[in-house]
Design a protein. Sequence first.
Length: 362
Amino acid sequence: MTTNKNAPLASNPTHTDMDMSPDSASESSFSSSHRLVVLGGGEAGLAVLHALNDQSFASDIALIEPSSYHYNQRAWMEVGTQGTKKERTRSDLRPRIPPNVHWIQDRVARIAPDDRRLTVESNQDISYEYLVIALGTTVLWDRIRGLKDNLGTSGICSVYGYEQSERTWEMIRDFPGGRAFFTAPSSPHKGGTAPLQILREAESLWRKTGVREHTDLFFTIGPTEPDGEPEYAKLLNESPSEDLHVFDGYELTEVRPDAQEAVFSVRKGQSSSQDVLRYDLIHVVPPMRPPALLEESGLAHPSGPMKGYLEVDPASLRHKRFPTVFGVGDAVGVEEVKTAQRARKQAKKVAHVLRRAMQEGA
């Protein structure tokens, strides 16, 4: 697909049914055309809006986000390992949206970048001049056999969910000792080295409570490239330790709650095998992927390790084939750790490039 940069841009209709004062935002009514649309009201999307707001960027901006709440996902680790109340990680989204932004409380269903048009689930079309995609990634619990239906039971836990983070704390807090596994998948995931940080937090608690001396601690790392996560590489290069057993090339594929067994696909160089390990507690970092609509719209990498992720130029975060499309956050296909801090840095970069592009009409 190619972009017609000379295609006429739809003009904004007159707003007759909403208060357009600086102090208002609408969740129910909106125009069919905006100069800039941001998809996603998570950490990355809000960071872009505030970066533009900080630059006193006066334009017709819309945010498409279905949820009424903002979730501080990075704080779910504190819920799961320190006992922070999960309710403290959720807040109303409305106060976080800059007042000049039109909030369309709906979910995007289709993106047509050739036509610069979006369709939301309520079947309304929205035209845009520029688009910022900040949709994040979706947790795929069902990609690991037996995981989805058994989370929070039989020693299986994960902080990668609002409800599950609280149950994880209960299981880590009450763990009496035994074989404790913490997994890190080979695919890109939120939080960078969070899988290892979660292990360290749990280990610290168990040392305080005396459980650590009765615990065999395991960290499994999915098959990665030689230049993968530096902190994991450092761990693998250290001398073997009785305190922590590190299994490299281990991808969790199944949990068997009745037998409390974890099944791993193991890859060592060109060879592959399977290993079944018994656990008493296992913390799982599940596979994650961007929304399928990125592939369906032709905006994603078609192949390679970033298949399905938004295809952008790493320097500008501008789409390589559709120059009016930008990306920030977890769904962007660049070789960087996926953290909130990184998303905020990306947002500042996109705001700068976007402002210049809109001023120049590029």
